[in-house]
Each structure stands twice: as C-alpha cells, then as structure tokens.
Design a protein around this ligand. Structure first.
Ligand SMILES: [Zn+2]
Length: 454
C-alpha cells in the first residue's frame, strides 16, 4: 500500500526483511521508558541527548526480529549484541542523520471508519448552530450513519487505508478505531470487522472498539421511549452479536446530557464487561454529565474528551489515579477548537491531580476531521497548556496504557515492539512547535521500515 510522495516499504530498507536494525546518528532519543506517566512525571520523557550524533558514545537503538534488544551508547550496544551472539553483519544500519527518535505514536481515540463528509456543518457552526442543534435537526452523526449504512466493506476498507496512510506519515504506528456509525448490528459488525482487517493488513496496528452507544438511530428516535428502547436493543442484540464476533476489544458509550445518561452508560458498559469488552467512554464533552465519575466507578481504561468535568468528576479520577489501575484522561483538543469552543479540557488540573493524560485526534467526519496526531499535540500545548514533553508522554506511553498495551508499545525499552519514529528535527520539543508540519523521516513498525523519506 502507498500513496503520496513517500515510500511505504514492506520488509527492510532494501525490500528484504532483515532480522536486525541498528539506528545510529540520532541527536536525541526520547525513550519514555518506565511505564505510565502521571503528575510531575507526565513530562519525564527519558531523554538521552548526543552532543555529537556520530560519536561512539552517541545513543542508538537496536532491534532483532521486531523487538527492541538494546538502547544506549553505540559502542556498548554493539559489544553487547556481539556478546549475545547477534552478529553485527545481520543488522541493517540506519543513520538518523541527526534527527530525534521516539517510540511510534499511539492515537487512542479515532472514529476511523465512516462514509460521507460534513463540511457544511462548519458553516452552520459559523452561523451559531451548536453540536446538539445540528444533531437534533437530523444532521451530525445521523447523516454519517445514513451514508455508512450504505457503504460496502470494500468502500470502508479503501477509506480506512487512505487515512491510515496519512496517520503513518505523522509517525503513528497504533490507533484505536471505534465503530458507532452503524447503530444496527449488521453495520456495527461490518465496522468492527473492517477495523480488525486493516490492523491485520498493516502497516499500523488497529484496536477495534464497539461504540454502538454513539447516538440513538433514526428508527428509534421517533418513539417516545426511543433512547431506552435503543439501550435495550444494545443490550439484547448488538452487544451479544459483537461479543460473539470476537474482534472488538473495548466498548465505548457517548455519556452526555441529551445522548446517554450515566445510568444508561453504566448498564451498557457493565454488560459489555461481562461479555469480555473493557469499558472506556466519551465523558463530559459538552456539559458535566457524570461521565468522569462513572469512568472512575467502573475502573474504565480511559475517560475521553473531559472538556467540562465537574469538580467531583476530577476528584473521582484523582482518587482512581492513586491506585494501580488509574483511568487515563484522554483529551481531544482538536475537537474543542474545531467546535469553536472557548473552553478546553482542564489538562493542568488533571496533571496536578496525578491523573495520567493521553492525547488523541478524535479523527471523525464532524468535529475533528484531522488525522494528524502531532497537530493534536500542538493544540494540547497551546490550548491545554501542556508542555511539549507532557504532550509526548500523552501520545506514547500514556496512550498505550489507555489501550491496555503499555507492556507492548509506547516506549523504547528492551523487549517491547520495535515501533520507532525517526524525526527530521533534532529534538522532540519541536514536534508541537511546528503545528501540522511534515516532520517524520522514517517509521519503523515491528522492526521493519514501513515509511521512508530519504
Ligand atoms: Zn469520539
């Protein structure tokens, strides 16, 4: 697969898979080693800086058969590889050319799969229409549902590949992808299946989430008890079908005043958990709706958006953060900006309360149509007042944690997947400093170069 003026390469740099990779010549490596970041540690990225990237003491990363086997000074790493019986001749050497190295980025909140587009809503919002006004008039999510129900699996696969290709160009190697534009069993299954297949196909990993509780579909809205009837449909039909299909890893609910109440969300997520799907939720995006409190009560993997949590909700997440199973606050700063809000998620309050913060794009056709996770980092710095280092933790190890993958990805540590980005800039501090810019030189997924701009 490919597209654009870059090469997406299957196999090693020569086209042949090589068992080993040795990345040298980095000016800086942000390892993110040491697990989930919270509180004052949110900005500790494990930075190793080289005064001279060509020196024998400059830091390098080595991988073997897709796993990281060493991170450290070049001479010491080479000696250790030889001592371990891994001949240097079997390592393809990549020169980072004075660029920075990070783990592959993780986008923990996307609505990757949909059909149609909603550019007209931008103009409606300019004229003062709110998200809920547009939804109530049958637009918003409902227009996407109509188009998505009519889209074939092949159409959705083509659409998914197009956007995954672009996410890759911004250094993303793993994404979460929600269903939620079908709102009937048949279409929700198609969306989860396509997400699963895109991950199998590569080059990036895709974690499917079932979001049947995204909105109440048109056929239920006309009924006086429509929302409650749809919740019963979710519990009795969609969830058992999705669980039997076996592809979705998480269940998500849009817990928001006017969509699903905290009580309805609790019923869906508890039932989902009993079917083996871990809970995460859209919480307090537009108004305090009890979402943060519910996420803490359920021990959800993640509470997302959180633009308008109540003080009690922040306190509940702070209490959860003191346990071994903190709920990650996944903030989506592009969305509040694109919705023309002047109020943003209180990232500083979460960090000060010790809540681990992740950042996602919320890629979707209505409220955040950008696939660019580094742009979301810029918004996290400008509008949420996060530091560049805090934003980097938020799109690597903390995003991995929100997907339950913190032992596999999100940091450059021995034993983890060799998902690595070589940047065209010498320090990661410049990633959010150039909003929307093209900053990635090379992307490595499980030890294979999958994108390269010579
Ligand atoms: Zn969302």
């Amino acid at each position: 697969m490919s597209g654009g003026p870059f090469r997406v390469i299957e196999g090693g740099r020569t086209g042949e898979p090589t068992p080993g990779l040795l990345i040298v010549g980095a000016a800086e490596i942000a390892t993110l080693a040491g697990g989930v970041r919270r509180g004052p540690e949110q900005g500790a990225v494990g930075r190793i800086v080289a005064d001279d990237p060509a020196s024998p003491e400059a830091p390098v990363v080595a991988s073997w058969e897709g796993r990281i086997v060493a991170v450290g000074p070049r001479v010491a790493v080479e000696a250790a590889l030889v001592a371990d019986g891994l001949p240097l001749a079997r390592f393809a050497r990549i020169d980072a050319g004075g660029g920075a190295l990070t783990p592959g980025l993780v986008d923990p909140h996307t609505h990757l799969l949909f059909a149609g587009s909603r550019e007209d809503e931008l103009v409606l919002r300019q004229r003062g229409a709110s998200y809920m006004d547009i939804l109530a008039a049958g637009g918003g999510i409902l227009s996407t549902v109509e188009a998505t129900r009519a889209a074939s699996e092949a159409t959705l696969l083509t659409h998914g590949r197009r956007w995954i290709d672009e996410m890759l160009t911004h250094g993303v190697t793993t994404i979460e992808a929600k269903s939620g534009y079908g709102l009937d069993l048949e279409t929700e299954l198609r969306l989860v299946e396509v997400a699963h297949r895109l991950g199998r196909e590569g080059p990036i990993d895709v974690v499917p989430t079932w979001l049947g509780a995204h909105a109440v579909p048109p056929e239920f809205r006309a009924r006086p008890d429509g929302t409650e009837a749809y919740v019963r449909h979710l519990l009795d039909e969609q969830l058992p079908g999705i669980a039997a299909h076996g592809r979705a890893r998480f269940a998500d609910v849009f817990c928001e005043d006017g969509v699903f109440t905290a009580d309805q969300s609790r019923r869906v997520l508890e039932a989902a958990r009993s079917h083996g799907l871990s809970p995460r939720l859209h919480a307090d995006e537009l108004a305090p709706s009890g979402g943060a409190e519910l996420a803490a009560e359920l021990g959800a993997a993640s509470a997302d958006h959180l633009a308008t949590p109540s003080p009690e909700g922040i306190a509940a997440l702070a209490a959860a953060a003191e346990t071994d199973e903190p709920v990650v606050a996944t903030l989506l700063p592009v969305t509040t900006w694109f919705l023309m809000k002047d109020h943003h998620a209180p990232a500083r309050a979460f960090i000060e309360a010790g809540v681990p913060v992740a950042i996602g794009t919320d890629f979707n056709p209505g409220t955040s149509p950008t696939p660019n996770l580094t742009l979301a980092m810029s918004f996290a710095c400008v509008n949420l007042r996060m530091t560049p280092d805090e934003a980097l933790s938020a799109v690597t190890i903390n995003a991995a944690r929100s997907l339950g993958l913190e032992d596999e990805i999100g940091s450059l540590e021995v034993g983890k997947a060799a998902d690595i980005v070589i940047w065209r800039i010498p320090t990661t501090a410049r990633i959010p400093y150039h909003p929307g810019a093209d900053l990635v030189r090379t992307v490595i997924k499980r030890g294979r170069v999958v994108l390269d701009r010579p």
